[in-house]
Design a protein around this ligand. Structure first.
Ligand SMILES: [Zn+2]
Length: 353
């Protein structure tokens, strides 16, 4: 009742009135008292004095605020977007929360379990300077418990130096490549090129990238053959970042995920019979992977999901993306996956908030 009146007062459920029915046991009949019936001529038989507007808790980007849900309770937060871009509102903790994002009395978006565990996560493009209201409640009317609520976006970061295709003498694509839905990019997917390589000599690196492109474009198997180098970016052992196929074209790196960005690390990081001493990631490569990941997450405004939402996390890798359809996939190799999974990914997500 209190929640309804609050929401009514605030205009988030406009055009609603309140009716109280009482029951006369002798006559087996109801009588009603109401605040209105929608017509101007109705004389209210019930009036409600609500003494106080909703008190909103102001949210600041990147600062978690703790709260506690009591039975049937609803909690309101206010956020003024610092700039026009997308923001993610989410809760954390073990309570099953439900979130609703409003602008004025208009519900923009709601979510139940889009975040980690039973937490909501709402990502939405907001207008700089505009005010938004977030309502948090328990998923069920009986849900109680504590939670944190947080609004976040990526921090701005400058574009790392990327050597253009001309710098490695790329062959032109075999045919016109299919456009990618850039605005629908969800992930950065890491690969290795599966050729053992650890030179930092620029001529050897250029030769190696050309070799990879030729191997892919000239593959005798028409199913495996690609129209250009498969990846959007290539990172060498010296930490240079090279442009692969055009950023606005679909990749040929991860079946079903080619709308996402493919980044290959030069080398073979998987130990196997033909590669007994696999390459290992050096600090220059790690730095380049992190710088490129940050810039892609920021510039493409990828959705931030906490580490619980593994498959939706913005940083991914071939083996993880293909764990169901191709359980034998090892790319980008046992010497790089643990660092990507346990260090790079959580670092990027933490940096994002
Ligand atoms: Zn791969």
């Amino acid at each position: 009742m209190t929640s309804l009146v609050k929401a009514w007062y605030n205009g988030t459920v406009p055009n609603y009135g309140v009716v109280i029915g009482y029951y006369n046991e002798s006559y087996n009949d109801y009588n009603w008292l109401g605040t209105g019936d929608g017509s101007a001529s109705y004389t209210p038989s019930l009036t409600i004095n609500y003494n106080g507007a909703i008190s909103y808790i102001t949210l600041t980007k990147g600062v978690p605020v703790s709260g506690t849900i009591t039975q049937g309770g609803e909690y309101w937060y206010r956020f003024v977007a610092p700039k026009t871009r997308s923001y993610t509102f989410c809760s954390s903790g073990s309570t099953d929360t439900y979130g609703e994002l409003y602008q004025g009395s208009t519900l923009l978006q709601s979510d139940d379990d889009g975040g980690e565990g039973l937490n909501f996560s709402i990502t939405r493009n907001l207008t700089g300077g505009a005010e938004y209201l977030l309502k948090v409640r328990g998923y069920g009317s009986a849900t109680t418990g504590s939670y944190f609520v947080l609004v976040k976006d990526w921090q701005s970061v400058s574009k790392p130096t990327i050597k253009p295709r001309s710098a490695w003498g790329a062959r032109p694509p075999r045919s016109v490549l299919t456009d990618r839905e850039v605005a629908n990019t969800k992930r950065v997917i890491f690969h290795h090129t599966a050729n053992n390589f650890n030179s930092t000599n620029i001529n050897s690196i250029i030769d190696q990238i050309q070799k990879i492109q030729n191997k892919q474009m000239d593959n005798p198997d028409p199913i495996e053959r690609t129209d250009d180098i498969a990846y959007h970016y290539i990172i060498d052992p010296a930490g240079n970042i090279w442009e692969g196929r055009a950023m606005n074209k679909q990749g040929a790196h991860t079946k079903s995920y080619n709308n996402d960005i493919g980044v290959a690390i030069l080398g073979d990081f998987q130990q196997r019979l033909i590669n007994p001493i696999p390459n290992t990631l050096n600090q220059n490569q790690k730095n380049a992977m992190e710088a490129l990941s940050k810039w892609l997450c920021y510039s493409l405004d990828l959705k931030i999901i906490s580490p619980g939402g593994i498959d939706e996390a913005p940083i991914n890798w071939h083996k993880n993306a293909h764990q169901v359809i191709d359980p034998n996939q090892v790319c980008p190799g046992g010497n790089s996956i643990p660092w990507i999974q346990n260090t790079l990914r959580p670092n990027i997500i933490a940096w994002g908030s």
